[in-house]
Design a protein around this ligand. Structure first.
Ligand code: SF4
Ligand code: SF4
Length: 330
């Protein structure tokens, strides 16, 4: 049963540029402009009218955009929940300006070993992650550590938990890697490794959406009976100010927004494309977390029930549920 019919999330790509070169990501290869504050203002107004609650200012590396604090402040003033994930290279410099503006601030860290993390990221950013944690805590922020889990770094989880997140009182978010387009992230996690991850996710101070594990056990999204609700839950806006459908990773259609996001979203052609979510040939086997997370949240399914305890656990630990309730009432 569908619980929420309007979109709830916007993945707002502030630029595709990035100062890292992660092996499991191709976004940094794309030439890209930066979004403008005027477009953000107009789009946020329409996102509000569409019922969106959470704005994920993403990239590329979102901190490369000099006006990110202004955009976040605007979104917060309008009652949105904000989220930013960063490789942390620029965070220590910008922390003061970002203070208090990001509800869910994530630092990416994939290993407790400096060389392993830096090799995977293509640049030396490990020390910046540790420095960012120190700076954020000194400013009273509560960032999370986002650990993208591959077969090769499963064994590093324990040390990151024990040596970094627990001593600093941070939540360790487990983000099982996924393949898309031509980007191969390595062999998929085996059933035994999924079991290990699932058990790890139950520890205090660890967040793992169990729906991600259940979906992998089921072979991902199936076009014949899709669980994906990417386009009807999530609006993707590109740095070119386009609405991207049905999701960033497929990006089949891009439509210029030009100040009319609300009308564009309701246009018959857009609605036709939205209805194709999870049903296109490339959707078979898909496990892309960023779209499955909202997909699981808006419809009662086995994935909804699998995801629910971890979602409650995270929101209670972080206190985010208070802002979620407030944003729902605005
Ligand atoms: S930091 Fe993020 S956007 Fe940049 S290359 Fe790595 S995964 Fe891609
Ligand atoms: S199944 Fe995957 S590729 Fe297809 S629309 Fe959903 S998120 Fe995009």
């Amino acid at each position: 049963m569908r619980l929420v019919r309007h979109p709830v999330l916007c993945n707002y790509y502030v630029t595709y540029r990035c100062n890292a070169k992660c092996g499991f990501c191709d976004i940094w290869e794309k030439p890209s402009p930066y979004i403008t504050l005027a477009d953000v203002e107009a789009n946020l107004r329409d996102l509000k009218r569409l019922g969106v609650r959470v704005i994920d200012f993403t990239g590329g590396e979102p901190l490369l955009h000099r006006q990110l604090p202004e955009m976040l402040a605007l979104a917060r003033q309008m009652g949105f929940i904000t989220t930013v994930t960063t490789n942390a290279l620029l965070y220590p410099k910008q922390a003061e300006r970002l203070r208090g503006l990001v509800d869910m601030l994530h630092f990416s860290l994939d290993s407790s070993d400096r060389d392993t993390h830096d090799r995977g990221r293509g640049v030396a950013c490990y020390d910046f992650v540790l420095e960012s944690i120190r700076v954020a805590r000194a400013l009273g922020e509560r960032p999370d550590v986002l650990f993208t889990v591959f077969r090769h770094n499963l064994a590093d989880l324990e040390a990151v938990y024990r040596e970094i997140t627990q001593p600093n009182g941070l939540v360790l978010i487990l983000n099982p890697a996924f393949d898309y387009n031509a980007i191969e992230t390595g062999e998929r996690l085996t059933p035994a490794e999924l079991d290990f991850l699932s058990a790890f996710g139950r520890k205090k101070g660890v967040y793992l959406n169990e729906g991600f594990i259940a979906l992998r056990r089921d072979g991902g999204n199936h076009v014949a009976a899709p669980v994906c609700r990417a386009a009807s839950t999530t609006l993707v806006i590109s740095p070119h100010n386009e609405l991207v459908l049905p999701c960033y990773h497929l990006g089949d259609q891009k439509m210029l927004i030009a100040g009319r996001l609300f009308d564009l979203y309701h246009a018959p052609e857009t609605q036709r494309l939205i209805a194709l979510e999870g049903r296109l040939p490339a959707c078979e086997g898909c496990t892309i977390n960023c779209y499955m997370q909202p997909s699981f949240a808006v419809e009662t399914s086995k994935y909804f029930w699998a995801a629910l305890p971890s979602t409650l656990k995270y929101n209670l630990e972080k206190g985010t549920w208070k802002r979620l309730l407030r944003s729902a009432g605005r």
